[in-house]
Design a protein around this ligand. Structure first.
Ligand code: ADP
Ligand code: MG
Length: 267
């Protein structure tokens, strides 16, 4: 067990009304008493419709949002009480978000973008930094000449691969993917997923794979957790409708079955 969430609840402050300036009343709970375990080397899917609290959960794990109640443990140590300045704790968990590509600085070359985390976290590797960048590029399936390019010269899929390489440069144990492949076309999606799977096995990484698309978790994830309106309603492992407990998950399964039927046949 590498990451453990115990009864995690997050309520954002209610919107400030005109009358009470210091209105500290709490608003609706974005996540409600979520308990979840991520094992070493496991890929855990997290599905749920928009607004069900998936991204909020990722932000809480990263320490970017404080918890209203509950606990988060990393390797049997509580991390919800720590501050972001504990970089050696937080570097173990990296995020690749849907719009990660937009966080690539337009005036930095890919080489500078990949060098940055190496310089920050591993100053002793400065001499070898270029070699490390090259091997990172290779592991995410990009050519060596990408190093000299700027983000604008790359396609969406290539940019997302750079983001993944940047996350890997920090040598995390856990990577959170928040709709990371949602913007990519189907072929690029599947080749990025293949690459991620290979990397996970090679480096024994643990993934939390957040998506609204149940289909993509089917071959990629070991277990799938389902969230509905802030609550974790089900975690399943077998793709057998008979074994499902929650009606929402059953509905997801049926929609998926219908979609598969409707898919055009390839010649
Ligand atoms: P998802 O990622 O599953 O689409 P989110 O975690 O983004 O869901 O949102 C869950 C709920 O929390 C939503 O109702 C959303 O409006 C609310 N929410 C998210 N971020 C904030 C915020 N920074 N301030 C207030 N409410 C928020
Ligand atoms: Mg989201």
């Amino acid at each position: 067990m590498i990451l453990e969430l115990k009864n995690v609840t997050k309520a954002y402050p209610a919107r400030r009304r005109k009358k009470g300036w210091f209105n500290t009343k709490q608003g609706e709970q974005a996540i409600k008493k979520v308990s979840l375990e991520l094992r070493q080397g496991e890929c855990l899917g997290l599905v749920g419709e928009s607004g069900s609290g998936k991204s909020t959960l990722a932000q809480c794990i990263l320490g970017l949002e404080s918890l209203t109640s509950g606990e988060i443990w990393l390797d049997h140590q509580p991390i919800h009480t720590r501050r972001m300045k504990d970089i050696h704790l937080y570097k173990r968990i990296q995020l690749v978000a849907q719009d990660s590509a937009s966080s690539l600085h337009p005036r930095m070359t890919i080489r500078d973008i990949l060098m940055e985390p190496i310089r920050n976290y591993f100053p002793e590797r400065k001499v070898r930094a270029l070699d490390i960048c090259l091997s990172l590029l290779e592991s995410v399936g990009l050519e060596a000449d990408t190093l000299g390019k700027y983000p604008a010269q790359l396609s969406g899929g290539q940019k997302q691969r750079v983001c993944i390489a940047r996350a890997l440069a920090v040598e995390p144990d856990i990577i959170l993917f928040d709709e990371s492949v949602a913007n990519l076309d189907a072929t690029t999606q599947s080749s990025v997923l293949d690459m991620l799977k290979r990397m996970q096995l090679e480096r024994q990484l643990s993934y939390l794979f957040i998506t609204h698309d149940l289909q993509s978790t089917r071959t990629f994830c070991d277990r799938v957790a389902v969230m509905v309106q802030g609550e974790l309603v089900e975690i399943f492992k077998d793709w057998d409708e008979e074994l499902l407990e929650h009606e929402y998950t059953r509905m997801l399964f049926q929609t998926l079955a219908q979609e598969t039927k409707r898919l055009p046949l390839h010649e």
